[in-house]
Design a protein around this ligand. Sequence first.
Ligand code: C2E
Ligand code: MG
Ligand code: MG
Ligand code: MG
Length: 283
Amino acid sequence: HVKERGRGDFSFYQRQMNIDLLTRMKIDHAMREALTEQRFRLVYQPQIDLRSGRLIGAEALLRWKDPQMGELSPGQFIPIAEETGFIVALGGWVLREAIRQSTEWHTQGIGLTMSVNVSAVQFHQANFIESVSNLLRDSDLPPGRLELELTESILVQNIEETLIRLDALVALGVRLAIDDFGTGYSSLAYLKRFPIHRLKIDRSFVRDIPDDESDAAIATAVINLARALNLRVIAEGVENAVQRQFLLDAGCDEFQGYLCSPALAPGDFLPLVQGIGLADALD
Ligand code: C2E
Ligand code: MG
Ligand code: MG
Ligand code: MG
């Protein structure tokens, strides 16, 4: 009796696993096709200086609409791309396209910092530094206008090798940020050793400020830490004026979030650049 139930459970779990595997394989296949068919797009979310209200940069975010499955979010396909290693090719495309777009804006007199998300698998590829270096060499973008967003998971793998890579990127003139700061496992001691320029406070700590006292305390602590270490600090996921005011008062430098704008297609980004010069554009 017990044995039977055990077998039943087993086949249930196996069935679940097969469904998951099938979905993963389907998405993997569709992603590869999407890259060749140029179905991936980048959208750009404005980053705003809290004190002046001016636009300072943009974060490039991947979008993908599959003809059959429809729009898939990065949360649905990036983990699969990381698992299969496809993220190396996809991330390479993201870097190239973000640099191309950024260079185009620069030649139009729009000087922004372009932030690009880099996954751990991509960062630890043997030729990652070389590919960044080649892309910058082949473009007219000032290297200081490119920022790579790294997660704490990148920084805790193989510390010595990571440090060499970070130094090499900084030597190219590229800027480095830690994304989703506070959600990972990185030790504060690394912050001192790594040549990082900016911390991004994770949206989960911003969402419920100022009402949630713990989140308010964490956000304030990250801001103070960044200031003490001479790093810039940006808050993610700012959706209302109360959050913005709290962050401004706490000494945060910059913000990103729906309060200003979601990520936009390049054609929608330009009008926003023009509009944002107004001090009251955010109110
Ligand atoms: P992330 O890098 O932390 O990006 C911020 C995410 O928060 C984006 O979601 C953005 O659309 C969303 N967001 C921004 N402001 C707000 C807000 O005010 N409210 C809310 N609710 N959400 C906001 P998205 O585009 O779905 O991307 C999710 C994650 O997928 C990213 O988190 C990043 O980890 C990953 N990702 C996206 N594009 C790329 C890429 O090109 N390469 C890699 N490796 N990862 C990427
Ligand atoms: Mg990011
Ligand atoms: Mg983030
Ligand atoms: Mg985040």
